[in-house]
Design a binder for this molecule. Structure first.
Ligand code: MLT
Length: 262
């Protein structure tokens, strides 16, 4: 489905009935990355997946910030009449979730931060990202090949060709203009660490044991800084843990949702 709010069109899906769960995808993918979780959870929950601006069926802008991506989602939720939801963000989806917490502090009933981090880019990381943006501007999405290959862990690369194919297909849908704009937004993202101690809702931090982009040590430090949090490390999963080990990811999510239900 698509809906235009404040001049921005966003793609989204709303399935199932029950407590709303809002899923925010990683870069450079789209809402289709949540397919395994939708199938597993729509019997008990209202599952909402959104394409962040630039991705999937959403409008593309030449310039964006993570705050704008969050504001788009907040506006869509208001338009759909969804006042509160458990928010699940993977990687960039987690960065957007931090901005959403600032903009709509009572929206999240619970929080799941998967394969993400609160720190901004290091100077070196930022320079690498801006260099990648320049290459994508010149060469198109082919320049993303190594980045996309590094999203999954070694176990997936060696043993799960179907997951590699799914990730490549999800990334192949990305518009080069959105890739450039979003790489700039990621490079400019603020430090979210000051927010962590102020998160009052139950929080689950999930990370793939083989995640090299947002590694387990980073996830552990983030979980330690959030008052009501727990950490789950998923064996044999890299940065896209929900796609690489979907059963284990969904089981951890389901257990968290069942044991923290208000
Ligand atoms: C993502 O998966 O959203 C990206 O890897 C985030 C990042 O590069 O920091």
């Amino acid at each position: 489905m698509r809906r235009t709010v404040d001049g921005v069109t966003l793609g989204y899906d709303l399935e199932g009935r029950g407590e709303p769960l809002l899923f925010l995808h990683g870069f450079p993918l789209h809402r289709g990355m949540w397919r395994p979780q939708i199938a597993a959870l729509r019997d008990r929950f209202q599952v909402l997946t959104v394409d962040l601006r630039g991705f999937g069926e959403s409008s593309v802008s030449d310039e964006v910030t993570l705050a704008q991506l969050a504001a788009d989602v907040v506006a869509l939720m208001a338009d759909l009449g969804i006042a509160r939801a458990a928010v699940i963000g993977l990687s960039m989806g987690g960065y957007v979730a931090f901005r959403l917490l600032e903009q709509a502090p009572t929206f999240a009933t619970r929080l799941v931060l998967a394969d993400t981090r609160a720190e901004p880019d290091t100077d070196e990381g930022r320079a690498r990202r801006l260099a990648l943006a320049a290459r994508v501007a010149q060469e198109g999405r082919e320049a993303m090949r190594d980045f996309v290959a590094g999203l999954v862990g070694p176990t997936t690369r060696a043993r799960r060709p179907e997951v590699v194919a799914t990730v490549e297909a999800l990334a192949a849908a990305a518009d080069p203009r959105a890739l450039v704009a979003t790489l700039h937004a990621l490079a400019a993202r603020p430090d979210s660490r000051p927010l962590l101690s102020r998160i009052t809702v139950p929080t689950l931090v999930i990370v793939g044991a083989e995640d090299t982009i947002t590694p387990p040590e980073t996830a552990r430090a983030m979980a330690d800084a959030i008052p009501h949090s727990r950490l789950v490390v998923l064996p044999e999963a890299g940065h896209l843990s929900n796609l690489e080990t979907p059963e284990a990811f969904t089981a951890a999510l389901r257990t968290f949702l069942e044991t923290t239900a208000g």
